[in-house]
Design a protein around this ligand. Structure first.
Ligand code: TXA
Ligand code: MG
Length: 346
């Protein structure tokens, strides 16, 4: 184990107070949420928000989510709160749901990437909520990874990516959901899921009726198609090794064949799949990602598994697809993106 980096502090009340004063001074703070760790800055201070883009190496046209401590605080940041948004806030906040709404005048353009809309969310994590209350600011926060890397689900992941670029990382342990929030656009003709997450389309529909899932969730953006969410344009969740995603009933056998082929050529491969596969792999390198009975455990383990495989020097990551239902849709969205949308049938 490497030594703990000096900028990681356990999220005690004094550490949270120190984090709040950094935010009030226009500095960056990384903090845990129930989804992934965020890299926060005062959303109303354009210079502070600019530091987020610098630290992440993030393209300027990719907008940030603004985190708030209550539905009331969200209302102050948007031009209007449609009835559907009210119902969803009541049902799912605090929680892993970001609502895209018409941006209020207070929101600086650097936050929205120049869009007329803003994504807002109230996170369901005691440390995130304590921090938001202590600073009494709306906090713009993308995932606290370098742009294009898997999102961080531990404080250590944040330090691995951002090192000294962030003065303080509040450590609140591993994230419960493990994948970023559901992003729901409420500014178009009908509600549309731009990014699937912990709140599934079925859960949304139970509250507001039909929602659509944007086609780019499981397939690449077509040439000429506008990206409704600028983040969709960029390659994501890419670890250093090659990622291949295999689905269908023949997947377990195909993964072993591909593994042996790579190993035969002297390449270091790793199989990533449900824990119950371990028994049939005869000592081949394997990283469990949940198990078939618990799809939410796959979500929780996904980014950590990609980072761990990379740390072990895997040149080829062979990943077994999961059914794209419920939280599985969010898992497959991240896996498809990591694999450059090349899904193969086993
Ligand atoms: O769970 C999460 O959402 C985490 C934690 C820290 O809250 N945050 C997060 O932020 O994942 P980020 O910046 O890594 O992803 C935000 C996504 C991007 O794909 C961005 O393009 C999209 O949300 N987004 C943000 N504002 C938007 C807007 N106004 N319209 C459309 N898409 C938007
Ligand atoms: Mg991100």
């Amino acid at each position: 184990m490497k030594d703990k980096p000096a900028n990681i502090r356990e999220a005690s009340p004094p550490a949270i107070r120190a984090a709040a004063s950094l935010l009030l001074k226009g500095e960056l703070v990384a903090f845990p949420t129930e989804t992934v760790y965020g890299l926060g800055a005062n959303a109303l201070d354009p210079a502070a928000v600019g530091r987020i883009f610098e630290a992440k190496g993030r393209p300027a046209d990719n907008p940030l989510i603004v985190h708030v401590a209550s539905p009331q605080a969200a209302q102050d940041l948007v031009r209007e709160v449609p009835q559907a948004a009210r119902a969803l806030m009541a049902a799912f906040w605090p929680g892993p749901l970001t609502l895209v709404l018409p941006a209020g005048e207070e929101i600086p353009p650097v936050v929205t990437g120049g869009l007329a809309t803003v994504g807002v969310r109230m996170p369901d994590h005691p440390v995130a909520l304590a921090l938001l209350r202590a600073c009494a600011l709306p906090v713009a926060a993308p995932s606290a990874n370098r742009s294009g890397r898997p999102s961080p689900t531990t404080a250590r992941h944040v330090a691995d990516d951002l090192g000294g670029r962030v003065p303080l990382i509040l450590d609140g342990g591993p994230c419960r959901v493990g994948l970023e929030s559901t992003v729901l656009d409420l500014t178009g003709e009908g509600p549309c899921v731009l990014r699937p997450g912990g709140v599934t389309p079925q859960m949304l529909e139970a509250v507001i009726g039909p929602v659509t899932v944007h086609p780019s969730v499981l397939s690449p953006l077509q040439a000429g198609m506008d990206a409704p969410s600028p983040g969709m344009k960029y390659r994501h969740y890419a670890p250093a090794g090659q990622v291949r995603l295999i689905g269908g009933p023949g997947a377990p056998g195909r993964l072993v064949a591909l593994y042996d082929e790579a190993a035969g050529k002297g390449h270091k491969a790793v199989i990533i799949g449900p824990a119950e596969r371990a028994q049939s792999l005869d000592g081949r390198a394997f990283m469990p990602m949940g198990d078939s009975a618990h799809p939410e455990a796959a979500a929780q383990a996904l980014f950590g598994a990609l980072r761990e495989a990379e740390a072990q020097g895997a040149e080829l990551m062979l990943i077994e697809a999961v059914p794209a239902q419920g939280i599985g849709l969010a898992v497959m969205n991240r896996l498809c993106r990591a694999a450059g949308f090349q899904m193969e049938e086993g």
